[in-house]
Design a protein around this ligand. Sequence first.
Ligand code: MF3
Ligand code: CO
Ligand code: CO
Length: 255
Amino acid sequence: MISIKSEREINLMRKAGYLNFLTHEEIKRHIKPGVTTKELDRIAYKFISSHNAIPSCLNYEGYPASICVSINDEVVHGIPSSRKIQNGDIVSIDFTVRLDGYESDSARTYIVGDVPKEVEDLVTNTEKALYEGIKQVKPGARIGDISNAIETYAHTHGLSVVEELVGHGIGTNMHEDPDVPNYGAKGTGPTLKEGMVIAIEPMLNLGRKNVCMLDDDWTIVTEDESPSAHFEHTVAVTKTGVKILTGDISDGEKI
Ligand code: MF3
Ligand code: CO
Ligand code: CO
């Protein structure tokens, strides 16, 4: 069942989403060579907690940290550790923030120092693929329209699409209906309606699409060890189109 959120609920989700945005900005300041991924986790935990919110990844199905930090060939769900970020890494940061009972979910991938041009393109094109997906969102559109826009953009730019993990509905729970795959056919899947809220999250690889899980039972890596990027926003279907809930405040917007 896909839940429909009231205007009041969307406003609460925007507040949670804006705190998610601010947390990303706080983490970003600390991403440089030498910092451990555990230090980034600590910074996120403190920032979210000090704003009367909950880092809801922590203990989610036993996940042991507040954020996921996935480096290079790690696609998603990398567990913070004593590993230091190095020049030439790409670093994906993904987490959820729960504020006043509502979840927000967003991910970004950062380039640290010098990377080959093809890796830089992987990162910029994964973010662009996310926005191609977001552009499809409006009442009457189908989930498959989002999926197809992302897949088409990825393939046009020589990137492969991870199929095992998908975007999702979101609200009082981190993961709700519907699934939002990053591949598929236009005109298929559930129809979007005003008040639905979904997290769209392309995971694109420079090499082959295949992924596997490490022995820690969380970290997903590319099978061919090629780099992978991940961008995610939580978005609401509005009367006329779409509103990004995990972005910066836009002109005239009151939170
Ligand atoms: N934020 C992830 C998503 O995009 C979920 C992470 S689950 C965790 O759906 F347990 F690993 F935190
Ligand atoms: Co996420
Ligand atoms: Co998500």
